[in-house]
Design a protein around this ligand. Sequence first.
Ligand code: ADP
Ligand code: ASP
Ligand code: MG
Length: 400
Amino acid sequence: MLIVQKYGGTSVGDLDRIENVAKRVAKTKDRGDDVVVVVSAMSGETNKLISYANHFSTNPSPREMDILLSSGERVTSALLAIALKEMGYDAVALTGRQAGIITDSIHTKARIEEIDTSKMRENLNEGKIVIVAGFQGITKNGMVTTLGRGGSDLSAVAIAGALKADLCEIYTDVDGVYTTDPRIVPNAKKIDKISYDEMLEFASLGAKVLQNRSVELAKKLNVNLVTRSSFNDNEGTLITKEENIMEKPVVSGIALDKNQARITLRGVSDKPGIAAKIFTTLADANINVDMIIQNVGEDGSTNLGFTVPENEFDRAKEIMLDLNASKNLEFDKDIAKVSIVGVGMKSHSGVAAKAFETLAAENINIEMISTSEIKISMVVKEKYSELAVRSLHDAYELDK
Ligand code: ADP
Ligand code: ASP
Ligand code: MG
């Protein structure tokens, strides 16, 4: 078998943990499997590098940020290869470029366009353990890029797809995907199997256990994806096609995204083209707008509110001030998005009503709502968001 194993930041968080990972990788190799390992930077490292850049600039150039941030993953890939060699295994560390990860040129959140697997294959054919620095690639013009926060998951899935690996294992610091973040709700339950679509909603809505683009790609390329812990041998969560899952609960879980901010424009003139202008400008700046609310207009004007990821908030704010579409702008970083996810919702009514009642009973005001076939998202004040998650988790009896 060919297995791609990805180890996240906590799993390689210090030298002992890198040694632990080396032992796990060695065990896989001893079993007779070929293995490609994708590593993250040591936990906290990427944030540390960002804070270094912010010491000099509030708006550091994305090109230089990519050179800076990609270094974290290079460190762990080299250390893991050194540790494995010392244990008597033939291992080789590759940077994103050496591994052939070709991306577009959107610095700090590049997309993988193709993977030239020749170098990885060559090394695998020589019996080597291939260790790839995650989260990074190279443009056709030779610029270093990174893939967005949590992007090592994407590296792993893309490599698994390109090499047609039998399995892609994402090793992290929890046993798998839970009904909600087990750090917020200690009695959350581990999910044994979850569909690509549900997992994609979960990940897009803030459950950072898997990066959303990695799930999207896994679905597209039909990659067998498992998340599990690097600290024990418990069975993890299998992410698979919906038809492989027998039991489909109405609600599978609750996601929380605190990395949200809202911009409200009051008194926008209520005529065709205004929304187009605002959202085209934001899209051109590569800002991901999420929820949008427009109120019923009065006196030829209307109110427009939308949310963006918190790390894109400063740029979005600047753009809105420049655009001058409304004299009355409000900016709010203290919001969070709480979402209920479940494919079973397609055929059940009353799920949303229960959510609204549950939050009302806790006196939590819902400031925005958006729904799809398989999710309900609500914006609430950030300070009440964990309480909201806990009470919803109870209300849908997800601990049972
Ligand atoms: P890594 O560094 O291994 O990539 P991350 O920190 O990115 O790990 O993701 C793992 C974390 O995701 C867990 O520690 C947990 O707090 C969080 N998490 C959020 N939602 C969930 C969920 N539904 N199931 C499991 N973990 C979750
Ligand atoms: N080190 C990067 C981050 O912290 C990528 C990753 O860990 O997946 O976002
Ligand atoms: Mg992660």
